[in-house]
Structure formats: C-alpha cells, structure tokens
Design a protein around this ligand. Structure first.
Ligand code: AMP
Length: 427
C-alpha cells in the first residue's frame, strides 16, 4: 500500500516523500482513514510503530481542509504528551509533515522560560503540543484559550497516567468544547486507561498494532549473566570489543545513571546521562550530542528515555532490569525501529532473577542467556534486595523532570506499584 490512496493532500504527500517514506506503517494505514472520517479513535500502539505520523498526518489534513474560524488564529488541535522530549519530537513531526501547509504550531512544556511561549501563543497557533503541567500554567495565567479546540490527541496516555497526570488531564478536558474529535494512543490498557477512554471517547474506531507487550521481532534479545560488581566492567568490554559507536544504556535510578556515566568516562568512553534532575538544556544537549555521534553512550532512566526517537539505534543495554516488566518492552522498543535491526542486551546479576522471570512471563518466552568469557557469575554471591524494587515503597519513577502536583494521580499511586499490573488489552 502507498500513502497516495489514504486521502491526504498533495502538500502532505510531498512532505512525506521528502522524508523518504514510501509506505505507511500498519498503524498509519489504519489510523489515517479512521481519523479522516472525523470520529474518535482508540489506538493501541507503542513508540516505534510510526504512531506519531499516524495521528499527525490526518490531523493536518483535517485542519487544512476546513476553514479556520475568523479573527485571530485559535488553537484548533491540542496534542498532549507525558514528557518534554516527546512533546518536542511530536512538534518536530508536525512541522515536518506540515511544512507545505499554512498552519502554525507551537510546543509548550515546563523547565524553560514561559515568556517566549506566551509570545508565540499570542501570535496565533493552530496546533499546540504540550505537556499537561505547563499547559495549565498558561491557562491559569490567561495566556491560552482552548475553547475552540476541534481535535484532541492524548499521546502515550498510559504513561501520562503513570506519571500522575490524570487530574491535570481532567482539568484540561473541562476547558475544551464538547463537539470535538478525540484520539487516544496508548501502548497498554490498564483499567484506568479504559475508564479514561470510556469517559472521553464517543464510539471510537479501535485499532491495535503490534500485539501488546510483544517485543519487536526485529530486536534480538539476550541476557548476559554477570556479577553485580562487574557490570560496569562488562559494559565497557562489550562497547570496546564490539566497537559500538551509539548505545543507549538504561539504569534504574538517576544516581545510578550519573555514577555509570562517570565510570564510562574514566574508561575512556564518552557518555552523558539523561534524567529528570538534569535541566532541560542539559537533556537537549546530551540527546543532540548523542544523535550526531559526539558521545557514544547515553545513559538514561526509564521516564527520561520515554519517546526518545533516535534513528537506527543499534544497541540498547539494560544495565539494570526495570522494576516494572512493561518498562522492559518500552526500553527495547528504542532499537530496531521502523525496519532497522536492533540488539537489546540485559546485564543481569543474581539480585535480578525475579525481575527477569517477570519479564519473561510478560513476553511469554525465555530470553536466551549467554555468559561472556571471563565474566561468568560467581555462584557463591548471594542475592541482595534491590533498593526501590518491586516490593519497595514505589516504582522508582523519576518523574522525568515534570513538576509534581499535589494530589495528582490520586491516592494509592506509587504504593506497592509492583502489584499494579496493567491488564490485557481489549481485542
Ligand atoms: P513513532 O512510532 O511515531 O515514534 O515513529 C517511529 C519511527 O518511524 C520514527 O523514526 C519515524 O520517523 C519513522 N517512521 C514513521 N513513519 C514511517 C514510514 N511510513 N516509513 C518509514 N519510517 C517511518
């Protein structure tokens, strides 16, 4: 199938072909016609499936083919994302695919000055991409009017709820006009997401691509058993031995990310950390340096890495397994994207055997184990409890640098998070 048959205008098709895309991905082939019909949409799709263009392309098509209200440009489409990085990436897609259209877009998120955002909004914007906290700041300051929104997109809705944004989302929904189109994208479908979707969506079209929680088949996965204290040494060895030039490494904590970055630098491997305690400028710089190849290793926590779009990322390493099995699927989704081969390896020590079992149960298969010569685990070393582990007080979420709002997310969140398994997706 080609893009030509989907009902998109010549200007949009030109932008797509300038990107070098010839065929729509499965989520695009399903979502584009559904959104063009004007109804609501519930889409089960994770990052890496091409979902961003799946909602951006038909959104641009709809806005450009219906006349804008008279007077100063009102915000006609609102795209909400959980993290700043994802907001920036979605905004980039909107600019890219909309570059031959007379539509204007803006992105607003926290951690940067509000003044330039106010000026931009004042000058008139058709499409607004935002994280919930900063959006509400603008509403409170009277610098944003959402009363003419025609299309709402909730991108990575599951992650927004995980990050405690439910209350903010409800506040935002109350500011929007009733007769609008709603698109909800989520990688997983917990009962909370289903409740949100039930209240928000009107007879939505349902699409689901890439069976939920199924790790991408293009990604080769392997576990390297190793002792707790030798992980860093093994990582440096793998990077050097394989001459890897671009590798994304996950740690469980911000502190762990900082420490590992320092150690890699000491081993002569250029590295930078990206997590919620870093300023927006530092995060943007680290990502840019990584993308252009001036640093070899980006060390990230789960939230900070969420939605990172790095083309052709060949290697992802779980330096530590995540506390929540679903995060493993998100992590390895960073590699093997849009047709590229990828390799995801996990350095697993004796403390993490239960986490590994949980992941394998979720994947419904065993991940092959391969001991690297010289790094065989010492069987006399006993397991130790993992700080912030599944039985700990919380999920160890960094919050991705988002402001936390008192009470956001409701009671019970963060307590015994390991027990809060997301349920199966509706067929
Ligand atoms: P997403 O799931 O939206 O984060 O997109 C994943 C990656 O796929 C991004 O790097 C996109 O630029 C790329 N992509 C999106 N649509 C297509 C397409 N039709 N053909 C090839 N690559 C695509």
């Amino acid at each position: 199938m080609s893009f030509d048959t989907l009902g998109l205008s010549a200007e949009i098709l030109r932008a797509i072909s300038e990107q070098g895309y010839t065929d729509p991905t499965p989520v695009q082939a399903q979502a584009i016609p559904a959104v063009l019909l004007g109804g609501d949409l519930l889409a089960g799709a994770q990052t890496g499936t091409g979902k961003t263009a799946g909602f951006t392309l038909p959104l641009l098509q709809r806005l450009s083919s219906t006349p804008a209200p008279k007077g100063r440009r009102p915000v006609r489409a609102l795209i909400l994302t959980p993290t700043r990085e994802l907001a920036a990436q979605v905004a980039e897609s909107v600019s890219t695919y909309g570059k031959h259209l007379p539509l204007r877009s803006a992105v607003i998120f926290g951690g940067v000055k509000i003044g330039p955002q106010i000026n931009k909004l004042r000058s008139g914007v058709d499409i607004l991409i935002a994280t919930p906290g900063r959006l509400l700041d603008h509403v409170q300051q009277g610098t944003l009017d959402l009363s003419q929104v025609e299309i709402l997109v909730l991108d990575e809705a599951d992650r927004m709820l995980d990050m405690g944004f439910l209350r903010d989302i409800r506040k935002i929904l109350a500011l929007l006009p009733k007769g609008r189109q709603n698109l909800l994208f989520s990688a997983t479908f917990s009962n909370e997401i289903k409740r949100l979707a039930d209240g928000l969506l009107n007879k939505p079209a349902l699409i689901e691509v890439a069976r939920r929680n199924t790790a991408s088949e293009r990604v080769a996965q392997v576990v390297h058993p190793v002792d707790r204290e030798r992980k860093r040494e093994l990582l440096s060895y793998l990077i050097g031995n394989g001459n890897w030039q671009q590798v994304l490494v996950f740690t469980r904590t911000k502190h762990g990310a900082n420490r590992l970055t320092k150690q890699l630098e000491q081993d002569g491997i250029s590295a930078a950390a990206i997590h919620g305690n870093k300023s927006q400028a530092a995060r943007t710089r680290a990502l840019a340096d990584f993308k252009k190849g001036s640093i070899r290793v980006l060390v990230a926590t789960d939230i900070a890495a969420r939605g990172l779009d790095i083309d052709q990322l060949p290697h992802v390493v779980n330096f530590e397994l995540p506390n929540v099995p679903e995060d493993y699927v998100h992590r390895i989704g960073r590699t093997g994207r849009a047709g590229n081969e990828g390799e995801a390896m996990s350095l697993v020590c004796v403390d993490e055997h239960k986490l590994l079992r949980d992941i394998e149960r979720l994947l419904k298969r065993e991940i092959p184990k391969e001991v690297i010569d010289g790094f065989a685990p010492d069987s006399s070393i006993k397991a130790e409890p993992i700080p912030n582990g599944r039985n700990g007080a919380g999920r160890g979420r960094s919050g991705g640098g988002q402001r936390s709002r008192a009470g956001a997310g409701g009671a019970g969140r963060g307590q015994g998070g390991g027990g809060r398994r997301r349920s199966a997706v509706p067929a």
